[in-house]
Every structure is written in C-alpha cells, then in structure tokens.
Design a protein around this ligand. Structure first.
Ligand SMILES: *Cc1c(COP(=O)(O)O)cnc(C)c1O
Length: 414
C-alpha cells in the first residue's frame, strides 16, 4: 500500500485515504509513493518468484492495496516476453523481444491500469466511474467496473473503432458517442463528475492507472533475467513504447526507480523510445524542439487509436524521461504501421495491434540510422490484440468454393 500521494510538478502532498484526481494546487498528476526502505526486507525478487499469484498483483506491495485479496482482478499482467524469430526483416536483430500485452483481459494493457484504478476507487467508496475513451480504455473500464459491481459511464468519439464500442455496450456500460475529439469527451466527463458525483478515471487525472501500468517495468526485469537464464534481475538496453497519454512509459520509469531503491537493480536504465503516429505526434515534436511541454497537436488523426492523444497531461514527465534515459522519439505513418502489423502476423505469428506495428517499424528505422546496434537487447511493446482492429483489414474477393462441384479444388493450385 502506498504511503504518500504527491504532485509530480509542485510536490504538494495529498491525503492518501480519499478519492483524488489532479493536484488541488496546480492541476498536475499525482504520483503514489511507498515506504520502500521498510519493504526491502520482505519484498525481494526471490519472495516475488515464490508467490503463487499469477497476475500483476504479485507486486501488491507496491500497488494500492494492503493485501492481494482486495484486488479487483481478472488475471491481468504476467504476459509473455517473446524472443522474435530471426526471419525476414527481423533477421537483422540479434536480441529482439516483444512483451505481448494482447494476453491481458479485454485484449490490451489498459487492463493493468484499470485493475489498479478500480481497486482503489471502490476501496475509497466510489459507486460510479466515468471516463473518455477513443479505444481500449473503454472495454477495460467496463469490465473492471462490472467485476467490482459498480457503474461505468463512457464518452467516446463517434469514430472510435467498433470493437471498443461493442464490447462496452455488451458489458452494459452507459455508452455515449460524441461528435468530437477525446478532449471534448474529457470535458463532458469533467462536467458529469461535478454534476453527478461520478469518479473521473481519465488517465493520469487519476493516480493509480499508472501504478497498474508500471507493473510492466517490474515484470520486464524478471522476464529479461529468465531470458538470460540469470537470477539477477536485468533490464533491456532499449524499450520501444507506442505513446498516447504516456501512462505506461512514465509508469515503467517509476518502476525502475522503485526497483533501484529496493536494491533490486543498479542505476543503469534502458534508453526509452517514444513512438507516435505521423499525424498525431505532440511528444515527438516537443522532443525535437527541446521543449519542456508539448503543444496540442492540431487535426490529429491515426488509425492507431491508442496513439490518438493530441494533448497529454503527463507530457512534461515523458519529455523528462526521454532526456534522462538518453532516449529518442520518432513517428511512423499509418501505412507503415499497418505494414508492421502484417509483418508481425506473417513472419512471427503475432496478430499485433497497429500500435505494436508502429514500434516494430520504428526499431527498423533506428537500426538503419545506426542509433540501434544489431546486438542490443531491445524490447518492443505490443500493447494490444490485433483482434480489436479487424476493421482496418477489410477482406474481400476471397474465392467461395462450390463444394458440390467435384472439380472445385482445381482453382487451389494455379
Ligand atoms: C492506450 C493505448 C496506448 C497508449 O498508451 P499510453 O500508456 O496511454 O501512452 C498504446 N497502445 C494501445 C493498444 C492502447 O490501447
């Protein structure tokens, strides 16, 4: 259980035992802190390895619960780290891995964040949660709210992928489509929260989605050790992250800090790479300009709905992480990222989401420029399942065989 809740910008402390959104003084995100010195004795890598919990809650000591039994869980986390086969374009990389988050409940890593946020919200008495979503957060919120037995209101741009809308409607959430952007949906949520007393689950406007997503950083250290058949925890040289709100990126960076304070790892850090879509790249643009904050990206559009975030509350933290890690930031066009999905599918047997396709294409680019070395240990995040994006690959013109025609297989070969 966390012992503090502190503003990431001005450092003001907030009460840990009441529902909180942004900093009450400056409106920036709040981050949970733990008494890591006290945890060092019992919360060790070996202790974690011995635990029977097969979910992200094996790291419960650094999550917002006193005990795992309080978690609102659908089995999120503990996703596979897969070594990629050296085939096709992937052959140039000697140590390329994918952390495959498609294995999560509701098919994306949004499950990790929602599990933590809903767990804490219900513990503090929330009965109704609300959020804007243009993608996978909607389904995750719907199903974790159902698991907890509370109500969920969703505000989604009209052009949100059908799979995200359908799973939320089937799950019984109160779904409203909005003729605007995610930021317009966010304003309606804010208004609704003030008017009706809902609790706002917007990413980084709520302190615990990041805590859930940080478990990716903890898991990675164990996964990399396992891949090297070592007991000492390890981190990769480079992490590629498809960045929207940046919750996972900021979360993993926080996890590495915590792990160092726990004595689990040294001061070395992976180089963090932010990957965004060509037509929605506020963080890449700010990084290239050397800015501390990102400007709103006008007319943002991309088929990778997880990357369609024109302005992020955590922009300044992401930019800080990029610089501290000696990382970089780059964009991928929609056509390229869809090619990436096809390459993952046909050459690796992984039906990745377009965001996953984007990080793969980004790695290829940075190998070409020499920023990456072929033997570096590189982890790509596939943040969700391709099944949520079937609408991007319309299939037509397939032959229909007349099974009553004895010669119908003639067309199969030439
Ligand atoms: C939400 C989402 C992202 C972006 O995640 P952040 O941590 O908010 O940057 C990337 N990929 C997918 C599939 C998503 O649903």
């Amino acid at each position: 259980m966390h012992t503090s809740l502190t503003c990431a910008a001005c450092g003001l402390d907030h009460a840990v035992d009441q529902l909180q959104n942004l900093c009450t003084a400056c409106g920036k995100p709040l981050l949970a802190g733990y008494d890591l010195a006290a945890l060092r004795e019992t919360f060790t890598p070996d202790a974690v390895r011995r635990r029977a919990t097969r979910s992200m809650w094996r790291f419960a000591d650094v999550l917002p619960v006193d005990d795992v039994s309080e978690a609102v869980s659908l089995g999120e986390g503990q996703t596979p780290l897969l070594r990629l086969e050296r085939r096709g374009a992937f052959a140039e990389f000697e140590n390329l891995f994918v952390k495959d988050e498609a294995f999560n409940p509701t098919g994306s890593f949004k499950a990790r964040g929602m599990a933590a946020a809903v767990t804490r919200a219900v513990a503090l008495g929330a009965k109704v949660v609300a959020l804007p979503s243009a993608g996978n957060a909607a389904g995750a919120a719907t199903y974790y709210a159902n698991r907890a037995g509370i109500e969920c209101f969703l505000f989604m741009p009209e052009d949100t992928p059908p799979a995200n809308i359908i799973e939320s409607v089937v799950g019984g959430a109160n779904v409203f489509l909005v003729n605007g952007l995610i930021s317009d949906c966010g304003k309606l949520v804010k208004q609704g929260c003030e008017q009706f007393g809902w609790f706002d689950l917007s990413t980084l406007k709520e302190p615990f989605r990041i805590e859930g997503k940080k478990t990716m950083g903890y898991e990675l250290a164990f996964d990399m050790a396992d891949a090297a058949q070592a007991t000492q925890l390890q981190l990769p040289d480079v992490i590629f992250y498809p960045t929207g709100g940046g919750t996972g990126l900021i979360g993993m960076w926080k996890a590495f800090d915590e792990m160092q304070q726990l004595g689990w790892i040294g001061p070395e850090r992976p180089r963090m790479v932010v990957v965004q879509a060509e037509n929605c790249a506020p963080v890449v643009r700010a990084f290239e300009q050397g800015a501390d904050h990102a400007e709103m990206f006008a007319n943002a559009s991309t088929v990778a709905s997880g990357l369609r975030v024109p302005a992020a509350v955590g922009d300044f933290i992401m930019l800080r992480v990029l610089r501290e890690s000696n990382g970089t930031a780059l964009t991928i066009s929609d056509a390229e990222l869809l090619d990436g999905v096809r390459e993952f599918a046909t050459q690796q047997g992984i039906y990745a989401c377009p965001e996953g396709g984007a990080v793969w294409k980004a790695a290829q680019q940075l190998l070409k420029t020499g920023w990456l070395k072929p033997d570096e240990k590189i982890v790509l995040f596939n943040t969700g399942s391709g099944l949520k994006y079937n609408h991007l690959f319309p299939v037509g013109g397939l032959p229909v065989l007349d099974h009553t025609d004895p010669d119908c297989l003639d067309c199969v070969v030439g």
